[in-house]
Design a protein around this ligand. Structure first.
Ligand code: SAH
Ligand code: DHB
Ligand code: MG
Length: 222
């Protein structure tokens, strides 16, 4: 099985279960046009995030790492009346493209985009946010995942989900001697999860047209 097969099957799943989506196509086209890297979640993963958010009836979502807002829009589509998605993006160009995409999608009122480094913004959120987030999607730089997880625990409640993207990294996650800051970030995160009594977590490997990677699903339990 190779990437060619993963891609064909991903396309098949997208055709059968996600379907054509002119708005999301336009969002990806505008992002590519603006020179953003092609690293958004896949359609199948985006829909998975939306379904998870729906399943827990999420009303408040926090995302770290907006890029052009593709995953943000999937999450925002899961919000019922009064639901809000806050998303944090360090790169001002990415943030500008994302904001235009939210307006294009008619979701600017639902999405609160904060421009800045997540580690600068998270302490402010902790100070200002009265209500816990129901779901956190961590998809920014990977070396800071351990700190993002610590903040996510502070900003959630029992029953909340914390989803962390890109935790398998072509299998590099099992290399204990890796010097790659992203791999080290993920490995430290796994050590934290192993020791943390207040959560239940698992990771699933994924293949598809984006290659071989995976995500961690964490349920806050206490
Ligand atoms: N969630 C997006 C993809 C995000 S790609 C999607 O699936 O559609 C990762 C993003 O994180 C990039 O846009 C990058 O600029 C941003 N990023 C990197 N370091 C960051 C930081 N310290 N704080 C906030 N965002 C950061
Ligand atoms: C990268 C970041 C992501 O969030 C992702 O899903 C894939 C790749 C990256 O920084 O290369
Ligand atoms: Mg990602």
């Amino acid at each position: 099985m190779t990437r060619k097969t993963w891609t064909a099957v991903d396309n098949y799943v997208s055709d059968m279960l996600v379907g054509a989506d002119a708005m999301l196509d336009a969002v990806l086209a505008a992002s590519a046009e603006a020179g953003l890297p092609d690293i958004a979640v896949s359609p199948a993963q985006g829909k998975f995030l939306m379904l998870l958010a729906r399943a827990i009836n999420a009303r408040s979502v926090l995302e770290l790492g907006t890029l052009g807002g593709y995953s943000t829009i999937w999450l925002a589509r899961a919000m019922g009346k009064g639901g809000r998605v806050m998303t944090v993006e360090a790169d001002p160009h990415h943030a500008k493209v994302a904001q235009a995409n939210f307006e294009r999608a008619g979701l600017a009122a639902v999405i609160d985009l904060r421009s800045g480094k997540a580690l600068d913004i998270l302490p402010k959120l902790a100070a200002e946010e009265q209500q816990a987030f129901d779901l956190v999607f961590v998809d920014a730089d990977k070396q800071n995942i351990p700190d993002y997880f610590t903040w996510s625990l502070k900003l959630t409640r029992p029953g909340s989900l914390i989803i962390v993207d890109n935790v398998i990294r072509d299998g590099a996650v099992i290399d204990a001697r890796s010097r790659d800051p992203s791999v080290r970030g993920v490995r430290r995160f796994n050590e934290m999860l192993k020791a943390e009594k207040r959560v239940g977590a698992t990771s699933l490997q994924t293949v598809g047209f984006k290659g071989y990677d995976g995500f961690t699903l964490t349920l806050v339990t206490g």
